[in-house]
Design a protein around this ligand. Structure first.
Ligand code: IPM
Ligand code: MG
Length: 356
């Protein structure tokens, strides 16, 4: 039987709670689809600092490198705010070491969620976008200086870094509605001017079939609320993508719904919900596990090429939306683990009729 090695990095806060639900969902779908998953768990972030004194140990990284795919819960929390090396540094080191330079964050609004968004229902109806965020460059990884009264963070990009992530975005646009919006701050930043010229060149030379436009990040933040359904694929640098994807997460009504895939040129990819560790609700079984389950679907789809498994997970999530089976962030009455149990029941119920 085909077997895949999955590394679980539950991390901090609500990370372990949503990871437990995702693990059960992945195992159940694998059994239905006829392949095997072996899981190994490692600490990352604050959990790793507490256990080993560092946010990512060489052992955990080695296990990740030897795996077929990595599922990550969340990292960070106020407990480690004063730590010499912060929990977030573990996640950044993992992304860099694995060279997962493209972070795919799909945002869509299921019709049953109409009315859940803080935006008017007619505004978010039909939203279906994919944010492609550059993940291993830019200001997150530039040189830093820290003094008593002075600090600096450098933002740098080279052509190759821009090209590889833009290729992924153009190709995704081809698979979707053929529209790509590149977001930058080319009216101010040199890195953005390089970004815009490289992406334009690629559009003209290699992807003339894609409708490419460029907008400034401040205007993009506004258009995401004014006319979110007009976006198809977005490509942008690391920090702009971090900020805009949190903004976009409010379109379906809860950041707890969204998953992400961090991909490089080869396995393993890293799959994680985009919500953080939510320390305020940690340990209370209140977190929304849908973002983690959607991340598991992405793990199957783009991490392992197990398309049928991804389809089943998403069908089960949609069934729950249709039945109004939600956690408290969406006005529902389920807790995290109960939502996980319901999902398994839907998977079981759809076992037969989803088969082709
Ligand atoms: C994200 C998170 C991370 C980031 C943090 C935890 C370092 O906000 O994945 O969006 O900024 O990339
Ligand atoms: Mg973020």
């Amino acid at each position: 039987m085909k077997t895949y090695q999955i590394v679980l990095l539950p991390g901090d806060g609500v990370g372990p709670e949503v990871t437990a639900v995702a693990r059960a969902a992945m195992a159940s779908v694998a059994a239905i689809c006829g392949f095997r998953l072996t899981f190994s768990e490692h600490a990352i972030g604050g959990a790793s600092i507490d256990q080993y004194g560092a946010p990512l140990t060489p052992q955990a990284l080695a296990a990740c490198q030897a795996s077929d795919a990595i599922f990550l819960g969340a990292v960070g929390g106020p407990k480690w705010d004063q730590a010499v090396s912060r929990p977030e540094a573990g996640l950044l080191a993992l992304r860099k070491a694995l060279q997962v330079y493209a972070n795919l964050r799909p945002v869509s609004v299921h019709p049953a969620l109409a009315g859940k968004s803080p935006l008017r229902a007619e505004l978010v109806a039909g939203v279906d976008m994919l944010i492609v965020r550059e993940l291993t460059g830019g200001i997150y990884f530039g040189a830093r200086q820290k003094g008593q009264d002075y600090a600096s963070d450098e933002c740098a990009y080279n052509r190759a870094e821009i090209e590889r992530v833009a290729h992924i975005a153009f190709q995704q646009a081809r698979l979707r509605r053929g529209k790509l919006t590149s977001i930058d701050k080319a009216n101010v930043l040199e890195t953005s001017r390089l970004w815009r010229s490289v992406v334009s060149e690629m559009g003209a030379k290699t992807y003339p079939d894609i409708a490419l436009d460029h907008i400034y990040v401040d205007a993009a933040a506004m258009h995401l609320l004014r006319d979110p359904a007009s976006f198809d694929v977005i490509v942008t640098e690391n920090m702009f993508g971090d900020i805009l994807s949190d903004e976009a997460s409010m379109l379906p009504g809860s950041i707890g719904l969204l998953g992400s895939a961090s991909l490089g040129d080869k396995r393993p990819g890293v799959f994680e919900p985009i919500h953080g560790s939510a320390p305020d609700i940690a340990g209370q079984d209140k977190a929304n596990p849908f973002g983690a389950i959607e991340s598991a679907a992405q793990l199957f789809e783009s991490g392992l090429g197990e398309i049928e498994a991804a389809r089943r997970l998403r069908a089960a999530i949609n069934a729950m939306h249709e039945a109004g089976e939600w956690t408290a962030d969406l006005g529902g009455s389920l807790n995290c683990s109960k939502a996980g149990t319901r999902l398994l029941q839907h998977l079981e119920r759809m076992r037969v009729y989803l088969k082709r």
